[in-house]
Design a protein around this ligand. Structure first.
Ligand SMILES: *Cc1c(COP(=O)(O)O)cnc(C)c1O
Length: 477
């Protein structure tokens, strides 16, 4: 038996062999993932059968555990970076960032306070400055924080908005969001202890955008009732359709009404790196706070979200606590302790993967990839429009497109169309060859593709459409 087991150590050569095997497995995955199936299935019973056991008191051979995990665990996880993984928001990660995460974990870098790792804090400042500049936020005054994801970034934003606009008393505070806002915002609002009566869900117009008129009516009514409109959550790239709310108009309303302007650009924000995307996102730089999710369209592995704010002092005055056990490491003003800018104290070194991947590939590669994705979705729209079988329900926007099977001349009922399109999705997913699920738009069942993977080709999409076509012959109504 290894003598260093009681200190949870392995001999050096064993560590090396183990690590090489892990790297080999990851490299193999990156170079063969396109040939695998993106969809996995597994019931609770099957998973219990494979894995359920008591925590073992006795050791097991490390290679045996690793082999078991590679064979059974990893193989039962969906491949979200597969070219035919079209649903939800895919996760087209990159190898450099995966290795960066390995380094951050391997060295167990504490990314909470300046004193523990000044370089990690500095890299968070540097990469945040890159993002501030990309989104047209003030670089000097502005700031931000990397979070586990968009949900945490939105929570951090709304907590900050409330602190800055309402102080301690938020009994009369009211928050506005559209019916297309991401569910994480509602979750955040609930976590923060707001009552149902303090939330206004504003209907969207025919293009799924915030209805300005309805918003103005709601704000005016709330003012008349003596309430305090304090925050508006707009979306730059709704999850359903990729729609960007009328950001400039919303910014103007927020300014006049003294309302915090938060933009949730979790998936769509990255489009700013593409020319067409930048035009669509006009007004994004006017936000008080902005959520973007590097683990979506900035091609980072999970978990990495980001919140940007116009003034970094807002974060500091919301999240700073001064417990006695941290008194020795406070440091000076310019040396940021990121535990003072957000909810977490102990934080992993998220900035590293962003830093290393942008340094390695260059920002231009990211611009090219994102432009490619936007154009790919537009090409798909063109193909669909030229076909007598498919109907475009919402046009290609920020690489998202919604469509349904609705052949010309058949005059199927809405009920039948819903049924066929649901069936197409179920059959495609059951084949495991592509992940293509439905969403609901105006009550219609539609197929939704989110094409943010730069490795997805037009041929992949054509193959999937052809596959969809084979599942359209259900006869029952
Ligand atoms: C994905 C998404 C979120 C949630 O982000 P997570 O990283 O999944 O927590 C929030 N808003 C929008 C618009 C999103 O697309």
């Amino acid at each position: 038996m290894r003598k260093n087991i009681d200190t949870l150590e392995l001999p050096k050569d064993e560590m090396r062999e183990y690590g090489y095997k892990v790297v080999d497995a990851i490299v193999e995955h990156f170079s063969t993932q396109n040939d695998k199936f993106p969809v996995v299935v597994g019931s609770r019973e099957e998973m219990d059968h494979l894995f359920l056991e008591e925590a073992p008191e006795k050791p097991t051979d490390p290679q045996e555990v690793l082999d078991f995990v590679l064979n059974k665990v990893i193989s039962k996880s969906a491949i979200v970076s597969h070219p035919k993984s079209y649903s939800f928001v895919p996760g087209p990660s990159n190898y450099i960032s995966a290795m960066a995460d390995t380094l951050a974990t391997g060295f167990n870098v504490f990314s909470g306070g300046w004193a523990a790792s000044p370089a990690a804090a500095e890299l968070e400042i540097v990469t945040m400055n890159w993002l501030l500049k990309i989104f047209g936020f003030p670089v000097k005054k502005g700031g931000g924080i990397f979070t586990s994801g968009g949900s945490m970034a939105n929570l951090t934003a709304i907590a900050t908005a409330r602190r800055i606009k309402c102080g301690d008393d938020f009994a009369k505070a009211v928050i506005y969001l559209s019916d297309q806002a991401h569910s994480s915002n509602i979750k955040a609002i609930r976590v923060l202890g707001f009552k149902k009566e303090q939330i206004r869900i504003i209907p969207t117009d025919a293009e799924f955008k915030f209805s300005i008129n309805k918003l103005k009516n709601a704000i005016a009514k709330d003012r008349l009732e003596g309430l305090q409109p304090f925050c508006l959550v707009a979306t730059a790239g709704t999850t359903n359709t990729g729609t960007v709310d009328p950001l400039s108009s919303l910014a103007k309303i927020c300014k006049t009404e003294n309302i915090w302007f938060h933009i949730d650009g979790a998936y769509g924000g990255a489009a700013i790196l593409a020319k067409d995307g930048k035009a669509l996102l006009k007004g994004i730089s006017k936000a008080d706070s902005l959520t973007v999710d590097p683990h979506k369209w900035f091609f980072q592995p999970y978990e990495m979200g980001c919140l940007l704010v116009r003034n970094s002092k807002w974060l500091k005055s919301t999240f700073t606590e001064k417990p006695e056990y941290l008194r020795d490491i406070e440091g000076n003003e310019s040396e940021i302790n990121f535990y003072d800018h957000g909810i977490q104290l102990t934080r992993r070194f998220r900035a590293l993967k962003f830093y290393m991947s942008i340094k390695t590939f260059g920002l231009k590669a990211f611009r090219t990839a994102i432009s490619y994705n936007i154009e790919l979705a537009e090409k798909v729209e063109g193909i669909l429009r030229k076909s007598p079988h498919w109907e475009v329900i919402s046009p290609a926007t920020l690489a998202v497109i919604n469509f349904r099977f609705n052949p010309i001349g058949e005059n199927y009922s809405e009920k039948k169309l819903d049924k066929i399109n649901q069936y197409i999705s179920e059959q495609v997913v059951a084949s495991q060859e592509a992940l293509l699920v439905t969403t609901l738009l105006n009550g219609q069942v539609v197929l939704r593709m989110c094409l943010i993977n730069p490795r997805t080709t037009i041929n992949d999409v054509k193959e999937t459409l052809a596959q969809c076509k084979t599942f359209t012959n259900i006869t029952s109504t």
